[in-house]
Write a protein that binds this ligand. Structure first.
Ligand code: ZN
Length: 531
């Protein structure tokens, strides 16, 4: 998928944008769309499988279906008897699933000794959505999908409409601190806001031309979209560069808007949200009335504590770029990472799997896309996450649309390897975000563990500590980290013993590394940095 690969696509986009901007969604329409999609989940699933998998000779799922000796008729029958989720479980048991690494094209699919080579783009949705509704195949044609797909954005707009209505922020000023292209999230959120008839006032971008030089075509594409929008009388804001260490600028905007209008909302990442809150506290700003909606990284307990301490309302947001919105925060949450799952566009099952190299089993999330506008086709695709799916009656407005499942405690089972020992990342994150800051000072954004290889090819784990933190004896930090690991679990204790022996840890005094897209991960895995 490209942003726009040729003039024809620019033309199609311009034509599409005009219609997209002309029609803003109403609350009633949003409710009706969700209701219809909830009722038609099974029909939608079967349509996607029939045309997008069995009707597409190059589908990477076809060899898996063949191995499982499964045909379209079998799937139809199983849906009738076991329902949608039951069918997905049956397929998973028969080996029809794709791991995160396979989906990203980093590893071939291996099932029953058979090797199926795959590339990431093999999972692209091969057809435009109109094709799925066409009675006959053929001439309706495939056409190439673009990354900024207006129909896909339109399909996600109803969630924000009903959620913002529930949070009572439909009339509040909105800003975002999201990147410009090639990071699509900024444009995505701008256009989503336009669809709601609620254009963001400010677009702060953490990516500046100094950090990366967006290719000319990306810079042009950003300007093209903004200018086109203005041509159609929609006042799309120009991106204003605000680097990560300038979070105070955004905190000031938020405090001011909240003072004038009583409320405001900013769309952020989890770590950038924390930066805003730390800046506000440093400047003595009052963030009462400010709502931060964020995602992109797991909102860990330590980060949440830092965010909510500032007085903001925190709404978690879970999105898979290749599939769309997965969930948005409940307004009667039990903790800071309690989301309603958007069941009308996705199906989700859990299936146990080992974390490679460990004895740990997690109930991995497997997602399946249901709507024809999905950028990629998911059929039991692991998202590298696991967590809790809970049926709970919370009484918030999102529940009334049938979104009864809550997702909680979502964590990545991304691994951390050194000296042949693999640790599940969450144990290390707890140490980096809570234990070290509480002993040596600073925030969760001041510590990071970086995996890299030394000149001999040995994995070294560098503990990066911001120079702001005053530490007299660096070995004391390593000792503390190893001691905490030893207490964490048996496998962590084993890792501790081996890592101490091998001198695997070393301290580096430098500012922790953020991705070019303004994300912060406490575990910076240099060799697995594709996410
Ligand atoms: Zn709720």
């Amino acid at each position: 998928m490209s942003i726009f690969s040729d003039l024809k696509m620019y033309g199609r986009f311009a034509w599409g944008l005009r219609g997209f901007l002309k029609h803003t969604l109403t609350l009633e329409e949003a409710k009706a769309i969700i209701k219809k999609r909830m009722e038609e989940r099974e029909i939608n699933f079967l349509r996607l499988v029939r045309k997008g998998i069995f009707g597409y000779i190059k589908s990477p799922y076809l060899p898996l279906m063949k191995l499982a000796q499964c045909e379209m008729g079998d799937i139809e029958n199983t849906v009738k008897t076991k329902g949608l989720e039951g069918t997905l479980h049956t397929l998973r048991e028969a080996g029809v699933y794709v791991t995160f690494e396979e989906f990203k094209g980093r590893e071939p699919i291996v099932r029953n000794g058979q090797v199926i080579p795959v590339k990431a783009h093999d999972f692209d949705n091969p057809y435009l959505s109109t094709y799925y509704y066409a009675k006959t195949g053929g001439t309706t044609g495939a056409g190439t999908r673009v990354m900024i797909d207006l129909e896909h954005i339109a399909d996600n707009a109803p969630y924000l409409m009903v959620a913002y209505n529930g949070y009572k922020v439909l009339d509040s000023p909105i800003a975002l601190w999201r990147g410009i292209l090639p990071d699509t999230s900024g444009v995505w959120h701008i256009l989503l806001g336009c669809r709601l008839g609620h254009v963001p006032q400010k677009w702060f971008t953490p990516i500046t031309n100094q950090d990366i030089k967006p290719a000319l075509k990306n810079r042009l594409a950003t300007h093209y979209i903004i200018n086109l929008g203005r041509l159609f009388d929609v006042p799309i804001p120009s991106p204003e560069p605000v680097s990560l260490d300038q979070a105070a600028i955004i905190a000031q905007w938020a405090a001011e808007m909240s003072k004038i209008h009583g409320a405001c909302l900013i769309r952020v990442g989890v770590s950038t949200a924390l930066r805003i809150c730390i800046a506000a506290q440093e400047q003595g700003l009052d963030l009462t009335g400010v709502t931060l909606v964020g995602g992109g990284e797991p909102p860990t307990p330590a980060k949440l504590k830092g965010i909510t301490r500032s007085g903001v309302r925190w709404i978690p947001h879970y999105t898979i770029t290749e599939a769309g919105m997965v969930g948005l925060g409940c307004s009667q949450p039990v903790d800071g990472n309690d989301l309603h799952f958007f069941k009308d566009a996705l199906a989700l099952i859990q299936y146990p799997r080992y974390v490679p190299g460990t004895e740990i089993t997690v109930d991995a999330f497997h997602f399946t896309t249901l709507l024809p506008t999905t950028p990629k086709l998911f059929l039991n695709v692991e998202s590298d996450d696991y967590g809790i799916i809970e049926n709970r009656s919370c009484g918030c407005p999102l529940e009334s649309y049938g979104f009864a499942e809550h997702l909680r405690h979502i964590r990545s089972f991304r691994k951390l390897t050194g000296e042949g020992v693999t640790l599940i990342g969450s144990e290390m994150i707890h140490i980096l975000e809570e234990i070290l800051p509480s002993r040596f000072g600073g925030s969760p954004l001041d510590y990071q563990l970086m995996e890299e290889e030394d000149d001999h090819g040995f994995t070294k784990l560098s503990l990066i500590i911001s120079p702001k933190i005053d530490i007299k004896d660096e070995t004391e930090v390593i000792d503390m980290l190893l001691k905490a690991l030893g207490k964490s679990s048996i496998s962590a204790d084993l890792a501790r013993a081996l890592w101490r022996q091998a001198g695997t840890f070393r301290v580096k005094r430098m500012e922790p590394i953020w991705t070019a897209r303004g994300k912060f991960n406490p575990l910076y895995l240099a060799r697995h940095s594709g996410r």
